[in-house]
Design a protein around this ligand. Structure first.
Ligand code: C5P
Length: 412
């Protein structure tokens, strides 16, 4: 069972957070609650304190009688700084309800009260359960703030639809029901199941110079790789991401190495691969590279140039071929046309991978540059289509499958 930190902000739905905390405690989780000052207008701290059996904090300036610990734990001699200690010790941080205001403070990186300060300091998995009026939920400001949170690796749950707090109004914006929130918490698992696992992710798309201003590139945005890095980090992994021309933000505890070309990506992989337990090779690497890049910009006046191409070495196959027995290697394949599954199976074998994540990019609205993805996880003995969803959710499903695969990165 998990050590759960619950952050309650000031909306009518705070009453549903009481039920959620009660259910979480009944399910066996150990829970601590922190509240924004505004939330006290809806639910007092005595309620949460009685249910959790632990003190409830509202300000970062008040001292924590439990010194950042959960019920039953031995207190340290030194009183820690609450917003740092609580998120450091928690397995999962659930913010419910999260008002539009709280979400905007988190998106801005603000830390002017305890709950947003704790989100800013969190290196555990963070689930945000929004609750607000439907017009506020649909406002482009909130839409952008939610997208920012998701890009940074925070799981923002979709609010429910139905009757809202203001009389006669209905729409999307209700806090999801306490039982559903508990299910989300359980699937987030209070997870530290990748703790101690060193994960190397490659992301983005390489660029191969034709001349100093032109290149051959591809449409990979790096979103899927960033989501994989964030998902693994939130589950306790030590993550390094090699980013090819992608500026999608990753959580602060992910180490980032930026590269441009396939050759640079290959060099970075050669350096980092020996230090990893699990390689997630999500980068779109150029298959063909201009034979010789021109030193100066090719002049249009000189007519249409002929650009000779050479095949670029398959980095993934090279790494997989020389890996240690304790390393797990996962490839990614964007297929368009032909028989995607058959092609993927061939790659799984020829590149000697433990599994391959197939992305059929001929399907509209998924894959390259999009927020959502739909992938098939292919290993020696199975082909499993994972549920379509935001890339962070898909990333967690991929990690779940890697665990089930039962190869090497099972330290937790
Ligand atoms: O063969 P294909 O390019 O479809 O294989 C995709 C997988 O191989 C991805 O994981 C990609 O990162 C990797 N790859 C590579 N080096 C290349 C081409 C692809 O590591 N030159």
């Amino acid at each position: 069972m998990a050590k759960v930190l619950v952050g309650v902000s000031g909306g009518v739905a705070a009453y549903k957070a009481v039920e959620f905390v009660r259910l979480a405690v009944l399910a066996g989780h150990s829970v601590r609650v922190i509240q924004t000052p505004a939330s006290l207008r809806f639910v007092g701290r005595a309620t949460f304190s009685a249910i959790t059996g632990a003190p409830v904090l509202v300000s970062e300036f008040e001292s924590d009688p439990s010194r950042g610990c959960w019920p039953g734990e031995e207190l340290p001699e030194h009183a820690p700084i609450s917003h740092l200690a609580l998120v450091e010790n928690a397995d999962v941080f659930v913010v419910a309800p999260a008002t539009a205001n709280l979400i905007s403070r988190v998106a801005a990186g603000s830390s002017d009260e305890l709950v947003s300060a704790a989100v800013l300091a969190a290196n555990c998995r963070v689930l945000v359960a929004p609750a607000m009026n439907n017009r506020m939920w649909e406002n482009p400001a909130t839409v952008a703030n939610v997208a920012t949170l998701r890009e940074r690796g925070i799981t923002v749950l979709e609010p429910g639809e139905g009757q809202l707090a203001s009389h006669g109004e209905a729409g999307k914006g209700r806090l999801i029901e306490p039982r559903e929130l508990l299910a989300e918490l359980d699937s987030a698992g209070g997870r530290s199941d990748f703790r101690g696992v060193r994960v190397l992710v490659t992301a983005g798309g390489t660029r191969e110079a034709i001349d100093p201003v032109r290149f051959i590139g591809n449409r990979s945005s790096g979103r899927m790789g960033a989501a994989l890095a964030n998902a693994a980090a939130s589950r306790g992994a030590e993550v390094t991401i090699i980013c090819a021309n992608s500026s999608i933000p990753t959580s602060s505890d992910v180490k980032v190495i930026n590269v441009v070309s396939a050759a640079e990506l290959g060099d970075a992989c050669d350096q980092q691969f020996p230090n990893c337990d699990l390689l997630l090779m999500a980068a779109a690497v150029a298959d063909f590279i201009p034979t010789a890049a021109a030193d100066q910009k090719i002049k249009k006046s000189e007519g249409v140039p002929t650009i000779g191409l050479t095949a670029s070495p398959d980095i993934l196959a090279g790494l997989a071929g020389e890996r240690r027995a304790d390393q797990t290697v996962i490839g990614f394949a964007a297929e368009h046309g032909g028989d995607p599954l058959a092609n993927a199976r061939t790659k799984l074998k020829s590149k000697q991978l433990d599994a391959l994540v197939l992305n059929d990019v001929s399907v509209a609205d998924i894959g390259f540059e999009s927020e959502e993805n739909l992938v098939t996880f292919i290993s020696a003995d199975q082909e499993l289509e994972l549920a379509r969803g935001p890339k962070l959710d898909v990333a967690h499903s991929i990690l779940d499958q890697i665990k089930i695969l039962g190869t090497n990165p099972q330290k937790g």
